[in-house]
Design a protein around this ligand. Structure first.
Ligand SMILES: *Cc1c(COP(=O)(O)O)cnc(C)c1O
Length: 411
């Protein structure tokens, strides 16, 4: 969002007007920002055959999926329902990669029936897959290289006792299974969940994957380096230097392809990087509450709508868009849920009055998609700013939605 003539805008549209039209709490997504992020990745990897698969668990509104499809992205999915949403949004099956963890084998069979790319992260499942499909259906293997980068332990997946991936130390076993059923391994994958802050550290993990590729798998078509792209949450945060990563990794990858004897595709599956900064949760200030120690701004939202601050201690910047020129004061911004649902402690925010609209930043990824109806509250509506228009892409819920799946018995 930009401050233009004393108004916060996205794509020329005043955010306060959007709140008047669609009410609060409201998720707003800036499609231009998503497009820019996608293009910056493409351009950083212009020297290799790159494919960007949007990790859609970050934000699954079908209109966002359609936008990604329009941009030319593929789709990274972690459940059969996400696969189905992707197909509904118009993705062809060969552009969808299915990377489940601990799902039933029946669900993997469904993915095969849909014809999507299947990524397996467990030796037993790989063996079962081999017995069932032999060489008839290609499969990708998710490897855990056991590298630990930066980032929150709750979102890191690369450690030795992580439930994700097949350990790099089990490749001989994998080799036997693959040989036994003459399996067609078409891809190698890693997603460590760590933030890429240091390109060299990331390359160490990548090196392990490339080494494994040339040691064990001669028929690959792609190598998928997962995500780990970090975005800014605070003004002075360091984000992943995509340009430098692209330059260094492309060079290394091209050399690898030469040695391997085949031009493989390089894939990534960013979620946050594509959508986090595009999104804002707009909330209405219900009360200002002064206690002996703190001034609280209580808003019409809470952990039921955006749980990242409470679950991951994530920092989300907060702006008072109703008072762009106001004097800064210190507030603790809290929700209306009967839990300690604090969006931000001791924040310097332009003076907040009852009725002011606050914008919570970085709400595009893992915002709506992790929301709930806790406290029997309705989830927010969603709007996207697309080609200078504010489009409603999810209407506000009603009591009928809340009880739609309940079965009322005669008691
Ligand atoms: C969640 C997830 C991603 C996306 O992670 P971000 O941090 O949002 O970029 C990518 N790949 C897999 C397999 C995931 O589970």
């Amino acid at each position: 969002m930009q401050l233009v003539d004393g108004q916060y805008q996205i794509g020329g549209i005043n955010l306060l007007d959007i709140c008047k039209e669609f009410d609060t709490p409201l998720y707003v997504y800036d499609c231009d920002k998503i497009t820019d992020q996608y293009k910056s990745l493409l351009s950083a990897f212009k020297d290799v055959k790159v494919k960007i698969n949007y990790a859609c668990k970050a934000l699954t509104n079908i209109n966002i999926l359609k936008l990604m499809n329009q941009l030319g992205a593929g789709l990274d999915t972690v459940s059969i329902q996400e696969v189905e949403l992707g197909l509904k949004a118009g993705f062809s099956p060969d552009k969808i990669i299915y990377t489940p963890n601990c799902v039933s084998f029946e669900e993997i069979q469904m993915a095969v029936d849909y014809g999507v790319i299947v990524n397996i992260d467990n030796i037993e499942t790989l063996e079962q897959f081999g017995h069932e499909y032999g060489s008839s259906y290609p499969v990708c293997i998710r490897i855990n290289p056991h590298i630990l980068g930066g980032g929150n332990v709750k979102i890191s997946t690369g450690h030795i006792d992580s439930k994700f991936g097949i350990s790099i130390h089990q490749m001989r076993h994998v080799e036997r299974i693959v040989a036994n059923d003459k399996m067609n391994i078409n891809g190698l994958h890693m997603h460590t969940g760590s933030d890429i802050l240091d390109v060299d550290i990331f390359l160490r993990g990548a090196e392990i994957l490339l080494q494994t590729a040339s040691d064990y798998f001669p028929n690959l078509e792609f190598i998928d380096f997962g995500s780990g792209f970090k975005v800014k949450y605070r003004d002075n945060d360091i984000a992943t230097d995509v340009e430098s990563l692209g330059e260094t990794l492309s060079k290394r990858f091209n050399k690898f392809c030469k040695d391997y004897g085949k031009d493989l595709e390089i894939m990534f599956e960013p979620g946050k990087f594509l959508v986090s900064e595009s999104g804002y949760l707009l909330v209405h200030t219900n009360v200002i509450k002064q206690t002996t120690a703190t001034v609280f701004a209580g808003v019409d939202s809470g952990q039921n709508h955006l749980i990242r601050p409470m679950m991951y201690d994530a920092y989300h910047k907060i702006t008072n868009i109703s008072n762009p020129e106001g004097k800064k004061r210190i507030y603790t911004v809290v929700g209306y849920i009967c839990e300690t649902d604090t969006f931000g402690w001791d924040r310097r925010i332009n003076e907040v009055k009852e009725g002011d609209i606050l914008a919570i930043h970085n709400a595009g990824a893992y915002g709506f998609s992790m929301s709930s109806n806790y406290n029997s509250r309705y989830r927010p509506a969603e709007v996207m700013i697309y080609k200078g228009k504010a489009l409603l892409i999810r209407r506000r819920e009603t009591m009928a939605d809340l009880i739609a799946t309940q079965v009322e018995q005669e008691l």
